[in-house]
Design a protein around this ligand. Structure first.
Ligand SMILES: Nc1nc2c(ncn2[C@@H]2O[C@H](COP(=O)(O)OP(=O)(O)OP(=O)(O)O)[C@@H](O)[C@H]2O)c(=O)[nH]1
Ligand SMILES: [Mg+2]
Length: 393
């Protein structure tokens, strides 16, 4: 009995140590991954709840689903940040490219600043997308669904005419010439993204696309720079638009100018977009895959009237008007030229074209990984000479 009594506590002790040893890795694993899986479950739930409400018709007019919010890293002070966010319009299939862009942006800039992100999609984001993107970002992240009216060919568009135009562009080998989705995207970026519920609380945005590269450290906050220097629209790369996509855009713009001369700014940037004082469009535009700008400009009276005028002509569908020429023409006409800003110090690549800071000082300060020789600035397809001419550089 004495032996038995002595053995039992001993056995219990050995058993408990065994259990602890076996459980410990589990405990650690659970608590490590909790932050990710809690979020994962949180947005899974809210997605389901919202879907149910949408299906039941209760939220049929709702434009957004807010699905995940990373709380800001407490070690990151948000003091001194502008009222600004990154915006990425992406498909679920853009996941790898989105990860690549976000990772580069975090490494080169945002890990030091902590600006939030808004991801927008015309379809609900998958849990996989949200989980794999959220894990890269320590600041606030929100995922939103775009409402249908902001992402569809309006009923009043003559589909027969639109289809004919698409076929013609396909025959001419125009990139995305046959795509309605691409046209929806251009129209959304021209006139709707800044109206999305999730963007209402922000003034400034930085547009980011999948698969872009950031080559240099961005040590100075571009949003604060814009704010402190009275800038409204910032760009990096300028190019010529494909003529076939904008045949009637300029006449539509000149009609608007005649109807609303009051919106044309003194000391505007007409010289950047026209070589003959407005008679014709030279097709120069700021490449809108990178934009840092003030959404209040798009939300304001001049641009609202301008977009409505363009939209009413149907050129987003009867042609293939891009958001880049639309934004660029508006910024060049309704803003003073010194409210536009070239972010020379930001090394950036989209597709085959990239900008690398040509100033050695900037290149060294940014520890840039790009070759200055490869910079697009003075390529024959670049409108940089027009910009420099405008700014008398
Ligand atoms: N959610 C969603 N996003 C889209 C769709 N089409 C394009 N986008 C996004 O809209 C932005 C512009 O589309 P891109 O396909 O890159 O168009 P682009 O820059 O003119 O052309 P590329 O030279 O192919 O890059 C990117 O951020 C895309 O991820 C779509 O159908 N749905
Ligand atoms: Mg692109």
């Amino acid at each position: 009995m004495a032996i038995m009594n002595g053995t039992r506590p001993m056995l219990r002790y050995v058993f408990m140590v065994f259990i602890l040893l076996v459980r410990k890795p589990n405990v650690l694993y659970t608590s490590y991954s909790n932050s990710i899986f809690d979020q994962y479950n949180a947005y899974t739930n809210s997605d389901e709840e919202l879907r149910t409400e949408l299906d039941s018709g209760r939220l049929s007019d709702d434009s957004s689903i807010t699905t995940s919010t990373n709380s800001a890293d407490p070690s990151n002070t948000t003091q001194g940040l502008a009222n600004a966010t990154f915006v990425m319009l992406v498909r679920n299939s853009d996941l790898d490219g989105t990860i690549s862009s976000v990772r580069a942006l975090e490494d080169r800039f945002n890990s030091k600043f902590g600006y939030p992100y808004v991801f927008l999609n015309n379809e609900p984001f998958t849990d996989e997308f949200k989980r794999r993107v959220s894990v890269l970002i320590r600041s606030e992240v929100e995922f939103g669904l775009i409402q249908q009216e902001h992402w569809s060919q309006p009923d009043w568009i003559d589909e027969e005419k639109a289809e004919k135009a698409r076929k013609k562009m396909v025959a001419l080998n125009v990139k995305y010439g046959g795509s309605v989705a691409y046209r929806n995207m251009c129209r959304f970026n021209s006139g709707f993204f800044y109206r999305h519920d999730l963007l209402q609380k922000y003034k400034w945005y930085w547009r980011v696309e999948p698969n872009v590269k950031f080559y240099c450290d961005i040590n100075q906050d571009p949003f604060r720079y814009m704010e402190e220097n009275n800038k409204i629209y910032g760009f990096i790369i300028t190019v010529y638009e494909i003529s076939a996509t904008i045949r009637s855009l300029w006449p539509t713009v000149t009609d608007f100018i005649e109807m609303h001369p009051e919106y044309i700014a003194d000391d505007n940037a007409m010289e950047f977009i026209s070589d003959n004082n407005g008679k014709s469009y030279n097709r120069c535009h700021f490449w809108s895959n990178f934009e840092i700008a003030d959404m209040d400009f798009w939300r304001g009276e001049a641009y609202t009237a301008f977009f409505e005028h363009l939209d009413s002509k149907g050129g987003f569908y009867y042609e293939r008007w891009g958001d880049a020429p639309v934004h660029s023409i508006a910024a060049s006409l309704f803003l003073k030229r010194d409210q536009l800003h070239f972010f020379e110090e930001i090394g950036y690549q989209h597709d085959d074209w990239g900008h690398c800071p040509l100033s050695d000082g900037m290149w060294e300060k940014g520890r840039c990984s790009c070759s200055q020789k490869g910079s697009f600035d003075y390529d024959p397809s670049s409108c940089m000479p027009h910009w420099e001419n405008l700014m008398s550089i």
